[in-house]
Design a protein around this ligand. Structure first.
Ligand code: ADP
Ligand code: TRP
Length: 338
């Protein structure tokens, strides 16, 4: 995407799949601490180096989501979450995938140059078959829509975790093939950047995930957040005993949120003894609360005002559509439709 200011800054694109769960504001919203520390915070940090485009992949969610109200509410919840976490809609682009229907025209054009065998090798599709499911055509075509998402906005880089790597390889293949068939410069070939993001453990020590039921919702109110942190697993060593912080779950979580001085201080107290895991959890809670309280306040204010969220998403879609139409018109001319 060419920046309106004329800077030749690269475009980084992030697709956000709505979580699929409907959780009330009092229960802390649909996003958990693992999503925040492992995906949202690193993705927002890219805004220093790139022109950032974020969109909510609601049509991707539809491959499995069958509850219309949940989908509607989820999209707003996710938008409010990212805005509360620092997404600045004046500097970055935020919109819903479904607001820019041009993406389907590009999906079709790509469908016509991709061999079905390539889609049959898709991990998500194959996994569904292995589980004995009968995957719908949306799941089969999921990587095509994702390639169109990426290429429609002239994305240079796409930060992805390992699970999305294969999809990105397909997008690169498609872009390269388009340029080979229709001339260099028809589309931008995207690059995967492997996100430098931590894996956040849940309160039981396994990876924090909705599927394990071990999450800490990001916007839990003060008291509930404290109770959730107190549930973090620790051993039963006596209060007086010196404790090794490294490898202990409380300390691993603490390292993800506290600064170097705070970390060194907590480690010292634990090693000295006469300091229980409960004290360390209290410390973790305080650091987290200090960081999350202002975000939670913004989140709650936004959730109370859905019109404001919709307004931001619509303004983002208007700008996204302009880029999409420019790319599409280039592609349409190249393939002979225009
Ligand atoms: P869940 O496993 O709870 O269903 P999702 O699959 O919806 O989470 O993940 C959404 C985003 O958050 C992805 O980018 C994913 O890599 C990231 N994420 C999820 N859980 C964690 C975690 N425990 N640590 C780091 N990142 C995570
Ligand atoms: N497939 C991604 C996921 O499941 C979401 C997504 C859709 C995406 N379109 C994208 C990610 C484009 C990056 C670029 O999380």
């Amino acid at each position: 995407m060419t920046q309106s200011t004329g800077h030749a800054q690269k475009v980084s694109l992030t697709g956000i799949k709505p979580t699929g769960t409907r959780v009330s504001i009092e229960e802390g919203g649909s996003v958990h601490l693992g999503n925040y520390l492992g995906a949202i915070r690193p993705a927002l940090a890219l805004a220093d180096r790139y022109r950032c485009v974020y969109f909510i992949a609601d049509y991707h969610a539809l491959t499995s989501q069958r509850d219309p109200d949940a989908l509607r509410e989820n999209v707003r919840d996710v938008a409010a979450t990212w805005l509360a976490c620092g997404l600045d809609p004046d500097k970055m682009l935020l919109f819903r995938q479904s607001s820019v229907i041009e993406v389907f025209e590009l999906t079709w054009i790509f469908a016509c140059i991709v061999a079905t065998g390539q889609l049959e090798r898709g991990h998500a599709y194959k996994d569904a078959l292995d589980r004995g499911e009968a995957p719908n055509a949306g799941i089969f075509n999921y990587p095509l829509l994702m390639a169109a998402d990426i290429i429609l906005y002239d994305s240079d880089v796409v930060p992805v975790g390992p699970d999305q790597r294969q999809h990105l390889e397909l997008a690169r293949d498609i872009a390269t093939r388009m340029n080979h068939l229709y001339g260099e410069g028809t589309v931008v070939v995207p690059e995967a950047v492997i996100a430098e993001a931590p894996t956040v453990p849940g309160f039981d020590g396994r990876k924090m995930s909705k599927s394990y039921g071990n999450t800490i919702p990001l916007f839990l109110p003060h008291k509930a957040l404290r109770s959730a942190i107190m549930k973090v697993k620790s051993d039963s060593s006596a209060m007086e005993a010196p404790k090794e912080p490294e490898g202990a779950l409380v300390y691993e979580l603490f390292k993800l949120v506290a600064n170097a001085d705070q970390q060194a201080e907590l480690a010292k107290k634990l090693r000295a003894g006469n300091y229980g895991w409960g004290h360390a959890k209290q410390e973790l809670f305080e650091v987290l609360e200090g960081q999350l309280a202002p975000l939670r306040e913004r989140y709650q204010a936004l959730r109370a005002n859905p019109k404001e969220i919709d307004g931001v998403l619509e303004a983002g879609a208007d700008r996204a559509r302009m880029v999409a139409r420019r790319t599409l018109s280039r592609v349409r001319r190249a393939v002979g439709i225009e």
